[in-house]
Design a protein around this ligand. Structure first.
Ligand code: 7TS
Length: 422
């Protein structure tokens, strides 16, 4: 891949030992089916370090109140925690402006917000919405919904045989003048890492709004929205070692300012009369109702934790795991890995097919060995159709995984073949 300015050359960070890191995740000590848990389903959700669990516990024990409302100490503390989390998200994404960060329920609701709010104001019949074949449903369905309402059309940029975007085909589609290009930074099935800075530059030159789904990227390597140059960039906390129930989307200030909210309620208005309403300023305008406050405290702790470990160290560790796993998986007869075969253009998300064994059976047998993976279409049915499969089995890594766990995965796959008489 061409050097991507969003991910400059890694400077080695002092790495804590994996044992030290694992000790901070209580769940990793448990057993499954009498075997030590090997949690390789991080693409679905990551486990939570004590720092996150304790931050949420401390919030409820000592600070719980509603935000932005009461003029009392607890409410001020809760507000500080909530707004502090916003500043941490902005910092994590390389933005100097917390006001450009809107909190949502997850990245799904972040993408729905953009599709609905921006789409309602900007799309009309015949307009094109460009997506890619490797999108998660979270970055397809909201666009389908707004397309149905406005008469806009969806287009899907194809991938090549190795699971990378077909750049020539993409350029042709962009030349057709889509109003928006929404795409994932990292595929949750193929592990493909898209060259976002290049893609954004090309899309912008073609006049398209750029929306990036950062669900799988933010937990894995540094992301800098200023360098990427995108218009919107979304994340989901639970894949970033944070809690479920909170996500965030960064967007350019002027874009937010021009948008109308798509959810209404408390906290997002300036004035309400029988005749009319006026909106609160950004970002409150897009955060109707009581927000996920304890979750924001958890997310803030997760960001602190990730930054303390070092996102570069996380990246280096997961790259090592991927480099170890690919050849080990290739030793299993009849096993095909989808997506790029190198560690430069792919992350530690490895989907595969084991000839003669259904992915659900594979994962059930792996579970007997204590190995947690995901089987299914991974909310990427368009991609499954492109790959010509109904489902895959997927192992996905995080900072606490070990090469021993990959060995267990490989042994369990051999066992699956034995059980199926292969
Ligand atoms: N986008 C991508 C690329 C994802 O991987 C996911 C979740 C989402 C969006 C949606 O995230 P949410 O927090 O809003 O639900 N992906 C997966 C997965 O691959 N297995 O379980 C969830």
């Amino acid at each position: 891949m061409a050097a991507d300015s969003a991910t400059p050359a890694a400077t080695p960070t002092p790495v804590r030992s994996v044992d030290e890191i694992r000790a901070q995740f209580p769940i990793l000590a448990r057993e499954v089916k009498g075997k030590p848990l090997a949690y390789l389903d991080n693409g679905a959700t990551a486990q939570k370090p004590l720092a996150v669990i304790e931050a949420m516990d401390a919030y409820y024990r000592g600070h719980n109140a509603n935000v932005h409302r009461g003029v009392h100490t607890l409410s001020e503390e809760a507000t500080d925690l909530y707004e502090g989390a916003r500043a941490k998200v902005a910092g994590l994404l390389g933005s100097t402006s917390p006001r450009e960060v809107v909190f949502t329920r997850n990245v799904t609701s972040a993408l729905n917000l953009v599709a609905q709010s921006w789409g309602t104001a900007n799309l009309q019949a015949g307009d094109r919405i460009l997506l890619t074949e490797m999108e998660h449903h979270a970055n397809i369905v909201p666009w389908h919904m707004i397309a149905q309402r406005t008469g806009a059309e969806l287009q899907f940029a194809p991938i090549d045989e190795e699971g990378r975007l077909d750049r020539a085909a993409l350029s042709e589609l962009l030349a057709g003048g889509p109003r928006v290009f929404a795409f994932t930074h990292v595929s949750n099935v193929l592990g493909t890492k898209n060259p976002v800075t290049e893609l954004v530059a090309e899309a912008k030159a073609a006049g398209a709004l750029t929306v990036i789904d950062g669900a799988q990227s933010v937990p894995k390597f540094p992301v800098n929205v200023a360098e990427i140059g995108a218009d919107f960039y979304g994340l989901t906390a639970h894949k970033l070692y944070g809690p479920t129930g909170i996500g965030a989307i960064w967007g350019r200030r002027e874009l937010w300012e021009a948008l109308e909210p798509f959810e209404g309620g408390g906290s997002m208005i300036n004035k309400v009369t029988p005749e009319k309403i006026t909106w609160a300023s950004v970002p409150a305008r897009f955060e109707a109702g009581t927000p996920p406050i304890a979750e924001a405290a958890g997310l803030a702790a997760a960001i602190d934790w990730v930054q303390e470990v070092g996102i570069r160290a996380i990246e280096a560790h997961e790259n090592q795991l991927t480099a170890y796993a690919l050849p080990r998986l290739a030793e299993v007869p009849g096993l095909t890995v989808f997506g790029p075969q190198d560690t430069v253009e792919r992350e530690g998300i490895i989907s595969f097919e084991l000839e003669g064994v259904h992915p659900h059976d594979v994962s059930e047998i792996l579970d007997r060995h204590g190995v947690a993976v995901r089987a299914g279409h991974h909310c990427a049915q368009i991609l499954m159709r492109r790959l010509g499969v109904a489902a895959t089995t997927r192992a996905s890594f995080a900072v606490y995984n070990t090469t021993e766990e990959i060995d267990t995965l490989v042994e369990a796959l051999h066992d699956a073949r034995r059980i199926f008489g292969l």
